[in-house]
Design a protein around this ligand. Structure first.
Ligand code: FEO
Ligand code: CA
Ligand code: CA
Ligand code: CA
Length: 605
Protein backbone atom coordinates (compact mmCIF):
# COMPACT_ATOMS: atom_id res chain seq x y z
CA UNK A 1 0.00 0.00 0.00
CA UNK A 2 1.25 3.49 -0.77
CA UNK A 3 1.61 5.80 2.13
CA UNK A 4 -0.06 9.18 2.10
CA UNK A 5 2.46 10.39 4.65
CA UNK A 6 6.02 11.56 4.50
CA UNK A 7 7.74 8.38 5.61
CA UNK A 8 8.15 4.89 4.21
CA UNK A 9 4.91 2.92 4.14
CA UNK A 10 4.27 1.53 7.62
CA UNK A 11 6.47 4.19 9.22
CA UNK A 12 4.01 7.09 9.35
CA UNK A 13 3.99 7.86 13.05
CA UNK A 14 5.45 10.73 15.03
CA UNK A 15 8.79 9.45 16.26
CA UNK A 16 9.26 9.22 20.02
CA UNK A 17 12.16 11.41 21.11
CA UNK A 18 15.04 10.23 23.27
CA UNK A 19 13.99 10.40 26.94
CA UNK A 20 14.55 8.95 30.42
CA UNK A 21 10.95 8.63 31.56
CA UNK A 22 9.87 5.79 33.80
CA UNK A 23 7.17 4.85 31.31
CA UNK A 24 6.55 3.07 28.06
CA UNK A 25 6.38 6.09 25.73
CA UNK A 26 4.45 5.58 22.48
CA UNK A 27 3.53 7.87 19.57
CA UNK A 28 0.54 10.20 19.71
CA UNK A 29 -2.65 8.43 18.71
CA UNK A 30 -1.57 5.00 20.01
CA UNK A 31 -2.70 3.01 23.04
CA UNK A 32 -1.04 0.38 25.20
CA UNK A 33 -1.85 -2.47 27.55
CA UNK A 34 0.27 -4.73 29.76
CA UNK A 35 -0.60 -8.23 28.51
CA UNK A 36 1.19 -10.20 31.22
CA UNK A 37 3.91 -9.47 33.76
CA UNK A 38 6.26 -11.26 36.10
CA UNK A 39 4.23 -13.28 38.60
CA UNK A 40 0.88 -13.19 36.79
CA UNK A 41 -0.92 -16.58 36.93
CA UNK A 42 -0.30 -18.89 33.96
CA UNK A 43 -1.34 -22.38 35.07
CA UNK A 44 -4.81 -23.19 36.45
CA UNK A 45 -4.79 -22.75 40.23
CA UNK A 46 -1.75 -20.47 40.23
CA UNK A 47 -1.83 -18.04 43.15
CA UNK A 48 -1.89 -14.28 42.63
CA UNK A 49 1.54 -12.64 42.75
CA UNK A 50 2.75 -11.57 46.15
CA UNK A 51 6.15 -9.88 45.92
CA UNK A 52 6.81 -10.12 49.65
CA UNK A 53 5.80 -13.79 49.99
CA UNK A 54 6.94 -15.41 46.75
CA UNK A 55 7.54 -19.19 46.75
CA UNK A 56 9.10 -21.60 44.24
CA UNK A 57 5.76 -23.41 43.93
CA UNK A 58 3.91 -20.20 43.07
CA UNK A 59 6.61 -19.04 40.66
CA UNK A 60 6.51 -22.34 38.75
CA UNK A 61 2.84 -21.63 37.94
CA UNK A 62 3.29 -17.93 37.16
CA UNK A 63 4.87 -15.87 34.41
CA UNK A 64 8.66 -15.91 34.78
CA UNK A 65 11.16 -13.07 35.13
CA UNK A 66 12.87 -11.02 32.40
CA UNK A 67 10.85 -11.90 29.32
CA UNK A 68 13.00 -11.64 26.19
CA UNK A 69 11.52 -13.16 23.00
CA UNK A 70 7.80 -13.14 22.22
CA UNK A 71 5.93 -14.96 19.48
CA UNK A 72 2.27 -15.53 18.64
CA UNK A 73 1.25 -18.93 17.25
CA UNK A 74 -2.39 -19.50 16.25
CA UNK A 75 -4.34 -22.01 18.36
CA UNK A 76 -5.73 -24.58 15.91
CA UNK A 77 -9.50 -24.26 15.54
CA UNK A 78 -9.93 -21.33 17.95
CA UNK A 79 -10.23 -18.06 16.00
CA UNK A 80 -8.54 -15.00 17.53
CA UNK A 81 -6.70 -17.11 20.10
CA UNK A 82 -2.93 -17.51 20.05
CA UNK A 83 -0.26 -19.15 22.09
CA UNK A 84 1.94 -16.32 23.36
CA UNK A 85 5.33 -18.02 23.61
CA UNK A 86 7.84 -16.10 25.64
CA UNK A 87 11.22 -16.92 27.08
CA UNK A 88 12.41 -15.80 30.50
CA UNK A 89 16.11 -15.19 30.16
CA UNK A 90 17.56 -14.56 33.59
CA UNK A 91 16.89 -13.37 37.09
CA UNK A 92 18.36 -10.49 39.07
CA UNK A 93 17.79 -11.63 42.62
CA UNK A 94 18.50 -8.18 44.11
CA UNK A 95 15.44 -6.88 42.26
CA UNK A 96 13.26 -9.86 43.22
CA UNK A 97 13.88 -9.94 46.97
CA UNK A 98 14.29 -7.13 49.48
CA UNK A 99 17.34 -7.38 51.73
CA UNK A 100 19.18 -9.59 49.23
CA UNK A 101 22.95 -9.86 49.45
CA UNK A 102 24.37 -10.45 45.95
CA UNK A 103 25.45 -14.07 45.40
CA UNK A 104 24.08 -15.12 48.80
CA UNK A 105 20.69 -16.71 48.05
CA UNK A 106 18.76 -18.78 50.52
CA UNK A 107 17.64 -22.12 49.11
CA UNK A 108 14.10 -20.71 48.80
CA UNK A 109 15.42 -17.75 46.78
CA UNK A 110 17.55 -19.97 44.55
CA UNK A 111 14.58 -22.22 43.82
CA UNK A 112 12.36 -19.22 43.04
CA UNK A 113 15.06 -18.08 40.64
CA UNK A 114 15.15 -21.52 38.94
CA UNK A 115 11.36 -21.47 38.56
CA UNK A 116 11.43 -17.91 37.16
CA UNK A 117 13.65 -19.04 34.25
CA UNK A 118 12.76 -20.85 31.06
CA UNK A 119 9.83 -20.51 28.70
CA UNK A 120 6.15 -19.70 29.13
CA UNK A 121 3.32 -20.70 26.82
CA UNK A 122 0.15 -18.76 27.59
CA UNK A 123 -3.02 -18.67 25.53
CA UNK A 124 -4.18 -15.14 24.72
CA UNK A 125 -7.49 -13.94 23.28
CA UNK A 126 -7.60 -10.92 20.97
CA UNK A 127 -10.15 -8.27 21.91
CA UNK A 128 -12.26 -7.05 18.97
CA UNK A 129 -11.65 -3.45 17.94
CA UNK A 130 -8.46 -3.04 19.97
CA UNK A 131 -4.99 -4.53 20.01
CA UNK A 132 -5.38 -5.78 23.56
CA UNK A 133 -4.70 -9.45 24.38
CA UNK A 134 -6.27 -11.19 27.38
CA UNK A 135 -4.44 -14.17 28.91
CA UNK A 136 -6.54 -17.32 29.27
CA UNK A 137 -5.46 -19.30 32.32
CA UNK A 138 -6.18 -22.83 31.12
CA UNK A 139 -4.98 -26.27 30.10
CA UNK A 140 -3.12 -25.06 27.00
CA UNK A 141 -0.60 -23.16 29.10
CA UNK A 142 2.71 -24.39 30.34
CA UNK A 143 5.77 -23.30 32.25
CA UNK A 144 9.13 -24.76 31.31
CA UNK A 145 11.70 -23.94 34.00
CA UNK A 146 15.30 -24.73 34.94
CA UNK A 147 14.01 -28.14 36.11
CA UNK A 148 11.78 -29.34 33.24
CA UNK A 149 12.98 -32.56 31.53
CA UNK A 150 14.27 -31.60 28.09
CA UNK A 151 15.55 -33.92 25.37
CA UNK A 152 19.00 -33.62 23.82
CA UNK A 153 19.38 -34.71 20.17
CA UNK A 154 22.20 -34.72 17.63
CA UNK A 155 25.89 -35.61 17.98
CA UNK A 156 26.17 -34.28 21.54
CA UNK A 157 23.50 -36.68 22.79
CA UNK A 158 24.93 -39.68 24.59
CA UNK A 159 28.51 -38.47 24.11
CA UNK A 160 31.18 -38.60 26.77
CA UNK A 161 30.88 -34.81 27.12
CA UNK A 162 27.29 -34.71 28.38
CA UNK A 163 27.02 -37.79 30.60
CA UNK A 164 26.39 -36.95 34.25
CA UNK A 165 25.71 -38.99 37.38
CA UNK A 166 22.00 -38.15 37.11
CA UNK A 167 21.82 -38.87 33.37
CA UNK A 168 24.24 -41.65 32.39
CA UNK A 169 22.57 -41.89 28.98
CA UNK A 170 23.32 -38.24 28.23
CA UNK A 171 19.97 -37.63 26.57
CA UNK A 172 17.78 -35.79 29.10
CA UNK A 173 18.72 -32.43 30.55
CA UNK A 174 16.82 -30.84 33.39
CA UNK A 175 15.65 -27.46 32.22
CA UNK A 176 16.60 -24.66 29.91
CA UNK A 177 18.24 -21.44 31.08
CA UNK A 178 19.53 -18.11 29.78
CA UNK A 179 17.05 -18.16 26.89
CA UNK A 180 17.57 -15.12 24.73
CA UNK A 181 15.72 -14.12 21.60
CA UNK A 182 14.12 -16.78 19.45
CA UNK A 183 12.07 -17.51 16.40
CA UNK A 184 8.97 -19.25 15.17
CA UNK A 185 9.02 -22.12 12.69
CA UNK A 186 6.52 -22.53 9.83
CA UNK A 187 5.61 -25.87 11.38
CA UNK A 188 4.15 -24.20 14.45
CA UNK A 189 6.91 -24.40 17.04
CA UNK A 190 9.10 -21.95 18.93
CA UNK A 191 12.90 -21.87 18.88
CA UNK A 192 14.79 -20.31 21.77
CA UNK A 193 18.52 -19.74 22.20
CA UNK A 194 20.36 -20.63 25.40
CA UNK A 195 22.76 -17.70 25.74
CA UNK A 196 24.72 -16.78 28.88
CA UNK A 197 24.67 -20.22 30.46
CA UNK A 198 28.15 -19.72 31.91
CA UNK A 199 26.66 -17.55 34.67
CA UNK A 200 25.02 -20.47 36.46
CA UNK A 201 27.89 -22.73 37.47
CA UNK A 202 30.18 -22.61 40.49
CA UNK A 203 33.79 -23.65 41.04
CA UNK A 204 35.17 -23.29 37.51
CA UNK A 205 38.55 -22.55 39.07
CA UNK A 206 38.67 -25.96 40.77
CA UNK A 207 38.69 -27.82 37.44
CA UNK A 208 42.25 -28.99 36.82
CA UNK A 209 41.98 -31.29 33.80
CA UNK A 210 43.68 -29.15 31.13
CA UNK A 211 41.24 -30.00 28.32
CA UNK A 212 38.14 -29.40 30.44
CA UNK A 213 39.65 -26.20 31.79
CA UNK A 214 40.35 -24.90 28.28
CA UNK A 215 36.83 -25.82 27.15
CA UNK A 216 35.33 -23.93 30.10
CA UNK A 217 37.53 -20.91 29.40
CA UNK A 218 36.48 -20.82 25.74
CA UNK A 219 32.89 -20.36 26.98
CA UNK A 220 33.90 -17.75 29.60
CA UNK A 221 33.13 -19.78 32.72
CA UNK A 222 34.60 -18.05 35.80
CA UNK A 223 33.90 -18.29 39.51
CA UNK A 224 33.05 -14.60 39.49
CA UNK A 225 30.41 -15.07 36.78
CA UNK A 226 28.30 -17.37 38.97
CA UNK A 227 25.66 -14.78 39.90
CA UNK A 228 22.99 -17.26 40.91
CA UNK A 229 24.88 -19.71 43.14
CA UNK A 230 22.54 -22.58 42.36
CA UNK A 231 25.47 -24.97 42.87
CA UNK A 232 25.01 -24.58 46.62
CA UNK A 233 21.68 -26.39 46.36
CA UNK A 234 21.98 -28.63 43.28
CA UNK A 235 25.29 -30.35 42.69
CA UNK A 236 24.73 -30.36 38.94
CA UNK A 237 25.52 -26.65 38.93
CA UNK A 238 28.81 -27.26 40.76
CA UNK A 239 31.58 -27.84 38.21
CA UNK A 240 33.76 -29.44 40.89
CA UNK A 241 31.20 -32.26 41.10
CA UNK A 242 29.59 -32.37 37.64
CA UNK A 243 31.84 -30.69 35.05
CA UNK A 244 29.83 -32.15 32.15
CA UNK A 245 26.63 -30.38 33.20
CA UNK A 246 28.08 -27.22 31.62
CA UNK A 247 28.05 -28.99 28.25
CA UNK A 248 24.28 -29.59 28.45
CA UNK A 249 23.39 -25.91 28.00
CA UNK A 250 24.05 -23.54 25.11
CA UNK A 251 21.73 -25.12 22.57
CA UNK A 252 18.74 -24.11 20.48
CA UNK A 253 15.61 -25.38 22.23
CA UNK A 254 12.42 -26.24 20.31
CA UNK A 255 9.03 -26.15 22.03
CA UNK A 256 5.79 -27.40 20.47
CA UNK A 257 3.02 -25.39 22.13
CA UNK A 258 0.30 -27.40 20.37
CA UNK A 259 0.98 -30.27 22.75
CA UNK A 260 1.33 -29.11 26.37
CA UNK A 261 2.70 -32.54 27.30
CA UNK A 262 5.46 -32.48 24.65
CA UNK A 263 9.07 -32.62 25.76
CA UNK A 264 11.18 -29.60 24.73
CA UNK A 265 14.21 -30.56 22.63
CA UNK A 266 17.77 -29.19 22.50
CA UNK A 267 19.13 -29.63 18.97
CA UNK A 268 22.90 -30.10 19.18
CA UNK A 269 23.23 -30.29 15.38
CA UNK A 270 22.94 -26.47 15.54
CA UNK A 271 25.99 -26.34 17.79
CA UNK A 272 26.66 -25.14 21.30
CA UNK A 273 27.32 -21.44 21.68
CA UNK A 274 25.69 -18.43 23.28
CA UNK A 275 22.79 -18.71 20.88
CA UNK A 276 20.89 -15.52 20.42
CA UNK A 277 17.85 -17.01 18.74
CA UNK A 278 17.55 -19.28 15.77
CA UNK A 279 15.37 -18.08 12.90
CA UNK A 280 14.13 -19.89 9.85
CA UNK A 281 14.14 -19.40 6.09
CA UNK A 282 12.47 -22.06 3.95
CA UNK A 283 13.68 -22.30 0.34
CA UNK A 284 10.63 -21.58 -1.81
CA UNK A 285 11.41 -23.02 -5.24
CA UNK A 286 13.91 -24.97 -7.32
CA UNK A 287 15.56 -28.28 -6.47
CA UNK A 288 16.13 -27.18 -2.86
CA UNK A 289 12.49 -26.18 -2.28
CA UNK A 290 11.46 -27.04 1.26
CA UNK A 291 15.02 -26.98 2.59
CA UNK A 292 15.10 -25.23 5.96
CA UNK A 293 17.90 -22.82 6.87
CA UNK A 294 18.31 -21.74 10.50
CA UNK A 295 20.42 -18.66 11.28
CA UNK A 296 21.92 -18.01 14.70
CA UNK A 297 24.32 -15.55 16.31
CA UNK A 298 26.74 -16.18 19.17
CA UNK A 299 26.43 -13.15 21.42
CA UNK A 300 29.76 -12.46 22.97
CA UNK A 301 32.46 -10.06 21.86
CA UNK A 302 34.47 -11.46 18.92
CA UNK A 303 32.15 -14.42 18.34
CA UNK A 304 30.64 -15.74 15.12
CA UNK A 305 27.54 -16.03 12.93
CA UNK A 306 26.24 -19.54 12.09
CA UNK A 307 23.70 -21.20 9.84
CA UNK A 308 22.30 -24.73 9.63
CA UNK A 309 21.01 -26.13 6.33
CA UNK A 310 18.60 -29.04 6.66
CA UNK A 311 18.72 -32.23 4.66
CA UNK A 312 15.08 -33.01 5.38
CA UNK A 313 12.57 -30.93 3.41
CA UNK A 314 9.69 -29.34 5.24
CA UNK A 315 6.23 -30.83 4.79
CA UNK A 316 3.54 -28.17 4.61
CA UNK A 317 0.37 -28.24 6.69
CA UNK A 318 -0.21 -29.04 10.32
CA UNK A 319 -1.27 -32.70 10.06
CA UNK A 320 0.27 -34.97 12.67
CA UNK A 321 2.34 -36.68 9.94
CA UNK A 322 3.73 -33.33 8.81
CA UNK A 323 4.35 -32.19 12.38
CA UNK A 324 6.24 -35.36 13.33
CA UNK A 325 8.35 -35.09 10.19
CA UNK A 326 9.07 -31.40 10.71
CA UNK A 327 10.04 -31.82 14.36
CA UNK A 328 13.08 -33.76 13.09
CA UNK A 329 14.21 -31.15 10.55
CA UNK A 330 16.77 -29.50 12.84
CA UNK A 331 18.42 -32.85 13.53
CA UNK A 332 19.67 -33.60 9.98
CA UNK A 333 21.86 -31.26 7.99
CA UNK A 334 25.03 -29.21 7.93
CA UNK A 335 26.19 -26.51 10.33
CA UNK A 336 28.30 -23.65 8.94
CA UNK A 337 30.10 -20.60 10.34
CA UNK A 338 30.69 -17.34 8.44
CA UNK A 339 33.74 -15.36 7.41
CA UNK A 340 33.42 -11.83 5.99
CA UNK A 341 35.73 -10.04 3.55
CA UNK A 342 35.47 -6.35 2.69
CA UNK A 343 35.54 -4.97 -0.85
CA UNK A 344 37.85 -2.23 0.29
CA UNK A 345 39.75 -3.46 3.37
CA UNK A 346 42.56 -0.93 2.93
CA UNK A 347 40.13 1.90 3.68
CA UNK A 348 39.23 0.65 7.17
CA UNK A 349 41.07 2.56 9.88
CA UNK A 350 38.80 1.84 12.87
CA UNK A 351 37.19 5.29 12.83
CA UNK A 352 33.98 4.16 11.14
CA UNK A 353 34.47 6.52 8.22
CA UNK A 354 32.97 5.30 4.95
CA UNK A 355 35.29 3.70 2.40
CA UNK A 356 35.66 5.52 -0.95
CA UNK A 357 32.97 3.33 -2.52
CA UNK A 358 30.40 5.07 -0.29
CA UNK A 359 29.22 2.00 1.57
CA UNK A 360 30.56 -0.85 3.67
CA UNK A 361 30.19 -3.99 1.60
CA UNK A 362 31.87 -7.24 0.72
CA UNK A 363 31.53 -10.95 0.30
CA UNK A 364 31.75 -13.96 2.54
CA UNK A 365 32.00 -17.70 2.91
CA UNK A 366 30.13 -20.26 4.97
CA UNK A 367 32.58 -22.85 6.31
CA UNK A 368 31.10 -26.30 7.03
CA UNK A 369 31.66 -27.61 10.54
CA UNK A 370 29.43 -30.65 10.96
CA UNK A 371 27.05 -32.78 8.90
CA UNK A 372 24.46 -35.04 10.53
CA UNK A 373 23.02 -37.75 8.26
CA UNK A 374 19.47 -39.11 8.21
CA UNK A 375 20.53 -42.26 10.06
CA UNK A 376 21.97 -40.15 12.89
CA UNK A 377 25.60 -40.77 11.89
CA UNK A 378 27.66 -37.61 11.58
CA UNK A 379 30.78 -36.27 9.97
CA UNK A 380 33.07 -33.53 11.24
CA UNK A 381 34.55 -31.09 8.73
CA UNK A 382 37.12 -29.86 11.26
CA UNK A 383 40.55 -31.45 11.54
CA UNK A 384 41.19 -33.06 14.88
CA UNK A 385 37.62 -32.88 16.15
CA UNK A 386 34.98 -35.62 16.04
CA UNK A 387 31.28 -34.85 15.49
CA UNK A 388 30.41 -34.79 19.18
CA UNK A 389 33.30 -32.41 19.84
CA UNK A 390 32.11 -30.06 17.10
CA UNK A 391 28.53 -30.15 18.43
CA UNK A 392 29.61 -29.44 22.02
CA UNK A 393 32.69 -27.24 21.54
CA UNK A 394 31.44 -25.43 18.47
CA UNK A 395 33.36 -22.24 19.19
CA UNK A 396 36.64 -24.16 19.11
CA UNK A 397 35.65 -25.76 15.80
CA UNK A 398 34.79 -22.34 14.35
CA UNK A 399 38.15 -20.95 15.52
CA UNK A 400 39.92 -23.60 13.43
CA UNK A 401 38.20 -22.78 10.12
CA UNK A 402 38.92 -19.06 10.13
CA UNK A 403 35.52 -17.56 10.96
CA UNK A 404 35.33 -13.76 11.36
CA UNK A 405 35.18 -12.35 14.87
CA UNK A 406 32.13 -10.08 15.04
CA UNK A 407 30.92 -7.27 17.33
CA UNK A 408 28.56 -9.45 19.42
CA UNK A 409 26.10 -11.06 16.99
CA UNK A 410 22.68 -10.69 18.59
CA UNK A 411 19.39 -11.45 16.86
CA UNK A 412 19.61 -12.54 13.22
CA UNK A 413 16.58 -13.01 11.00
CA UNK A 414 15.78 -13.56 7.32
CA UNK A 415 13.37 -11.10 5.68
CA UNK A 416 10.13 -12.96 4.92
CA UNK A 417 9.87 -11.49 1.40
CA UNK A 418 13.40 -10.79 0.15
CA UNK A 419 15.20 -13.54 2.06
CA UNK A 420 17.99 -11.11 2.95
CA UNK A 421 19.33 -11.83 6.40
CA UNK A 422 19.73 -9.04 8.99
CA UNK A 423 21.93 -9.37 12.06
CA UNK A 424 22.25 -6.90 14.91
CA UNK A 425 25.88 -6.50 16.02
CA UNK A 426 25.17 -4.82 19.30
CA UNK A 427 28.54 -3.28 20.28
CA UNK A 428 32.11 -4.24 21.18
CA UNK A 429 34.00 -1.99 23.54
CA UNK A 430 37.10 -4.20 23.22
CA UNK A 431 37.45 -4.05 19.42
CA UNK A 432 40.92 -2.77 18.58
CA UNK A 433 42.10 -2.61 22.20
CA UNK A 434 45.23 -4.30 23.55
CA UNK A 435 45.73 -7.69 21.97
CA UNK A 436 42.22 -7.84 20.48
CA UNK A 437 41.18 -7.97 16.82
CA UNK A 438 41.19 -4.54 15.17
CA UNK A 439 38.35 -3.05 13.13
CA UNK A 440 37.60 -4.74 9.81
CA UNK A 441 35.16 -4.03 7.01
CA UNK A 442 32.13 -5.66 8.68
CA UNK A 443 33.06 -4.33 12.13
CA UNK A 444 34.49 -0.94 11.13
CA UNK A 445 34.90 0.85 14.46
CA UNK A 446 37.38 0.27 17.24
CA UNK A 447 35.92 0.46 20.78
CA UNK A 448 32.51 0.18 19.15
CA UNK A 449 29.93 1.62 21.58
CA UNK A 450 26.84 1.79 19.37
CA UNK A 451 26.81 -1.28 17.12
CA UNK A 452 25.78 -1.88 13.50
CA UNK A 453 23.30 -3.83 11.38
CA UNK A 454 24.68 -6.15 8.72
CA UNK A 455 22.58 -7.21 5.73
CA UNK A 456 23.56 -10.57 4.21
CA UNK A 457 22.41 -11.57 0.74
CA UNK A 458 22.63 -15.33 1.03
CA UNK A 459 21.55 -18.00 -1.42
CA UNK A 460 20.67 -19.92 1.77
CA UNK A 461 21.77 -23.44 0.78
CA UNK A 462 25.17 -22.48 -0.64
CA UNK A 463 28.51 -21.41 0.80
CA UNK A 464 28.95 -17.90 -0.64
CA UNK A 465 27.21 -14.63 0.14
CA UNK A 466 27.55 -10.89 -0.19
CA UNK A 467 26.92 -8.38 2.55
CA UNK A 468 26.72 -4.71 3.37
CA UNK A 469 26.14 -2.61 6.45
CA UNK A 470 22.63 -1.15 6.60
CA UNK A 471 23.29 0.96 9.68
CA UNK A 472 26.36 2.03 11.59
CA UNK A 473 24.51 3.13 14.70
CA UNK A 474 24.96 6.10 17.01
CA UNK A 475 24.21 9.79 17.11
CA UNK A 476 23.53 10.79 13.49
CA UNK A 477 25.40 14.05 14.13
CA UNK A 478 28.59 12.03 14.58
CA UNK A 479 30.74 11.30 11.52
CA UNK A 480 31.15 7.62 12.41
CA UNK A 481 27.49 6.76 11.76
CA UNK A 482 25.76 5.62 8.59
CA UNK A 483 22.04 5.21 7.89
CA UNK A 484 21.90 3.30 4.62
CA UNK A 485 22.67 6.49 2.70
CA UNK A 486 19.56 8.28 4.05
CA UNK A 487 19.74 11.93 5.12
CA UNK A 488 21.13 11.78 8.65
CA UNK A 489 19.44 15.09 9.56
CA UNK A 490 16.06 13.34 9.70
CA UNK A 491 16.63 10.03 11.47
CA UNK A 492 16.22 8.99 15.12
CA UNK A 493 19.45 8.29 17.01
CA UNK A 494 19.84 4.53 17.58
CA UNK A 495 22.34 2.67 19.74
CA UNK A 496 23.04 -0.99 20.62
CA UNK A 497 20.68 -2.89 18.29
CA UNK A 498 19.65 -6.24 19.77
CA UNK A 499 16.45 -7.83 18.39
CA UNK A 500 15.27 -7.56 14.79
CA UNK A 501 11.82 -8.22 13.27
CA UNK A 502 9.85 -7.23 10.17
CA UNK A 503 6.49 -5.53 9.64
CA UNK A 504 3.98 -6.50 6.91
CA UNK A 505 5.23 -3.56 4.79
CA UNK A 506 8.73 -5.05 4.66
CA UNK A 507 10.41 -2.60 7.05
CA UNK A 508 12.97 -3.80 9.57
CA UNK A 509 12.21 -3.14 13.24
CA UNK A 510 15.01 -3.05 15.79
CA UNK A 511 14.87 -3.10 19.57
CA UNK A 512 17.84 -1.87 21.57
CA UNK A 513 19.73 -2.92 24.69
CA UNK A 514 22.20 -0.60 26.37
CA UNK A 515 21.62 2.72 24.60
CA UNK A 516 24.86 4.65 24.92
CA UNK A 517 23.24 7.99 23.92
CA UNK A 518 21.72 9.14 27.23
CA UNK A 519 18.24 7.83 26.53
CA UNK A 520 16.21 4.84 27.60
CA UNK A 521 16.20 1.93 25.17
CA UNK A 522 13.59 1.72 22.44
CA UNK A 523 12.05 0.21 19.35
CA UNK A 524 12.81 1.59 15.88
CA UNK A 525 11.51 1.09 12.35
CA UNK A 526 14.00 1.18 9.47
CA UNK A 527 13.10 1.39 5.77
CA UNK A 528 15.03 -1.05 3.60
CA UNK A 529 14.15 -0.21 0.02
CA UNK A 530 14.36 2.59 -2.51
CA UNK A 531 15.00 6.24 -1.75
CA UNK A 532 14.02 5.86 1.88
CA UNK A 533 16.49 3.03 2.66
CA UNK A 534 18.05 3.76 6.03
CA UNK A 535 15.25 6.04 7.23
CA UNK A 536 15.06 5.29 10.97
CA UNK A 537 12.26 6.30 13.34
CA UNK A 538 11.81 5.49 17.02
CA UNK A 539 8.37 4.00 17.74
CA UNK A 540 8.60 3.65 21.50
CA UNK A 541 10.88 3.82 24.50
CA UNK A 542 10.85 1.57 27.57
CA UNK A 543 11.02 2.56 31.26
CA UNK A 544 14.16 3.32 33.29
CA UNK A 545 16.74 0.58 33.34
CA UNK A 546 14.83 -1.65 30.91
CA UNK A 547 15.89 -3.23 27.64
CA UNK A 548 13.48 -3.57 24.71
CA UNK A 549 13.05 -7.14 23.45
CA UNK A 550 11.01 -9.62 21.51
CA UNK A 551 9.18 -7.32 19.16
CA UNK A 552 6.30 -8.58 17.05
CA UNK A 553 5.12 -6.12 14.40
CA UNK A 554 1.74 -7.11 13.00
CA UNK A 555 -0.57 -5.03 10.83
CA UNK A 556 -2.64 -3.78 13.75
CA UNK A 557 -0.50 -4.44 16.81
CA UNK A 558 3.03 -4.12 18.12
CA UNK A 559 4.11 -6.41 20.95
CA UNK A 560 7.19 -5.61 22.93
CA UNK A 561 8.87 -7.29 25.90
CA UNK A 562 10.09 -4.91 28.57
CA UNK A 563 13.01 -6.70 30.20
CA UNK A 564 14.61 -5.74 33.52
CA UNK A 565 12.86 -2.41 34.25
CA UNK A 566 14.71 -0.67 37.08
CA UNK A 567 17.98 -2.53 36.55
CA UNK A 568 20.33 0.36 37.20
CA UNK A 569 23.55 0.49 39.20
CA UNK A 570 23.16 1.26 42.90
CA UNK A 571 19.50 0.23 42.86
CA UNK A 572 17.70 -2.88 44.13
CA UNK A 573 14.34 -3.93 45.53
CA UNK A 574 15.29 -1.89 48.60
CA UNK A 575 15.73 1.20 46.43
CA UNK A 576 13.75 0.72 43.19
CA UNK A 577 14.76 2.79 40.16
CA UNK A 578 11.43 2.10 38.45
CA UNK A 579 7.85 1.58 39.51
CA UNK A 580 6.70 0.38 36.12
CA UNK A 581 4.19 -1.01 35.30
CA UNK A 582 2.13 -0.97 38.51
CA UNK A 583 3.02 2.60 39.57
CA UNK A 584 3.00 4.18 43.03
CA UNK A 585 5.73 2.73 45.21
CA UNK A 586 5.49 -0.73 43.60
CA UNK A 587 8.42 -2.90 42.56
CA UNK A 588 9.20 -2.94 38.81
CA UNK A 589 8.06 -6.06 36.97
CA UNK A 590 9.24 -7.28 33.56
CA UNK A 591 6.21 -7.45 31.26
CA UNK A 592 4.86 -7.98 27.76
CA UNK A 593 3.05 -4.96 26.30
CA UNK A 594 0.67 -4.58 23.35
CA UNK A 595 0.51 -1.25 21.47
CA UNK A 596 -2.13 -0.40 18.88
CA UNK A 597 -3.58 2.59 17.10
CA UNK A 598 -6.72 4.45 18.11
CA UNK A 599 -9.69 3.05 16.25
CA UNK A 600 -7.84 -0.11 15.30
CA UNK A 601 -6.19 1.46 12.24
CA UNK A 602 -3.08 -0.24 10.89
CA UNK A 603 0.25 0.63 12.50
CA UNK A 604 2.18 3.36 10.74
CA UNK A 605 0.07 3.93 7.62
FE1 FEO B 1 20.50 -11.81 26.12
FE2 FEO B 1 22.43 -11.24 23.72
O1 FEO B 1 21.11 -10.71 24.78
CA1 CA C 1 19.36 -10.04 23.30
CA1 CA D 1 13.79 -11.52 15.80
CA1 CA E 1 21.55 -7.79 24.59
Amino acid sequence: STSGGTAASGMNFTPVAANTEDALVIPDGYRQQVVIRWGDPVLPGAPAFDFAAQTPEAQAQQFGFNNDFAGLIPVDGVPNHHYLVCNQEYTTEEFMFTGYTPKEPTEQQARISMAAHGITVVEVAAQPGTGALTPVVGQRNRRITASTPTGLTGPAAGSEFVITSADPAGTTVLGTIANCSGGLTPWGTMLSGEENFNNYFSNASTVTDPTTKADLERYSFTDDGDYHQWGRFEKRFDLAQEPNEANRFGYVVEVDPHDPTSTPVKHSALGRLKHESATIHVVGSGPDAGTVVAYSGDDERFEYIYKFVSTRKMKTGLSSTARTHNLGILDEGTLYVASFTGDDPGAIDGSGKLPPSGSFAGSGTWHPLLTVNSDGSARSHVDGMNPAQVAVFTRTAADKVGATKMDRPEDIEPHPRTGKVYCALTNNSKRGTDGEAPADSANPRNENKNGQIIEITDNHTGTDFTWDLLLVCGDPEEADTYFGGFDKASVSPISCPDNVAFDPHGNLWISTDGNALDSNDGLFAVALDGDRRGETKQFLTVPNGAETCGPIIDRDRVIVCVQHPGELDDHSADNPASHWPDGGSSQPRPAVVAVWRDGGQPIGV
